[in-house]
Design a protein around this ligand. Structure first.
Ligand SMILES: [Zn+2]
Length: 167
């Protein structure tokens, strides 16, 4: 049985250009996406990360009307390559990685010449990029759990048979 997909709505209250004399550009992070039950329109989730990719079983039972629907989550093997990349390294993390790498290179640039060698350079880069590395390890664990769920969960069997499309 194919389920009705959740209703997705993007909220961007500061999109009206010129409302705050350009200041709204700094409020770009104040955007969110809400997901609502397609049967009773009850909102069950709000994401403050635009186009967030969620791993999980899409079958969601509404807490208000108790009717199951598709909450638009997908397991890792069901995701297309672009969505896999977005899950593993979302734009915010990519930007943070770039900024940290810049800081690491700057640190090496201002360090005295006699201290900088390949080993010291590698250590400095690894220290600066450690938040990103920790993020990647955490994401990898999520992916492994998702793959495991997809292979063993009976409810994903019908999705494997192609009754659900990939998003
Ligand atoms: Zn509902």
């Amino acid at each position: 049985m194919s389920l009705l997909p959740a209703i997705r709505e993007d909220h961007d209250p500061f999109a009206t250009a010129g409302l705050f004399g350009g200041l709204e550009r700094f409020l770009i992070f104040l955007r969110w996406t809400s997901y609502a039950c397609p049967h009773c329109r009850g909102v069950f989730r709000r994401d403050f990360w635009p186009h967030n990719v969620r791993l999980g079983n899409p079958e969601h039972i509404c807490q208000k009307c108790a009717i199951p629907f598709d909450d638009r989550s997908r397991e890792w093997p069901e995701l297309r390559i672009a969505l896999r990349l977005r899950f593993f390294l979302p734009p915010g993390i990519q930007a943070m990685g770039g900024a940290l790498l810049f800081c690491a290179i700057f640190t090496l640039f201002i360090a005295p010449r006699d201290v900088v060698n390949l080993l010291a350079g590698t250590i400095v880069v690894l220290i600066f990029l450690s938040p990103i590395l920790i993020w990647c390890v955490a994401r990898l664990l999520w992916i492994l759990r998702s793959k495991n769920r997809f292979e063993n969960d009976p409810s994903s069997m019908q999705r494997k048979m192609g009754t659900h499309g990939t998003i």
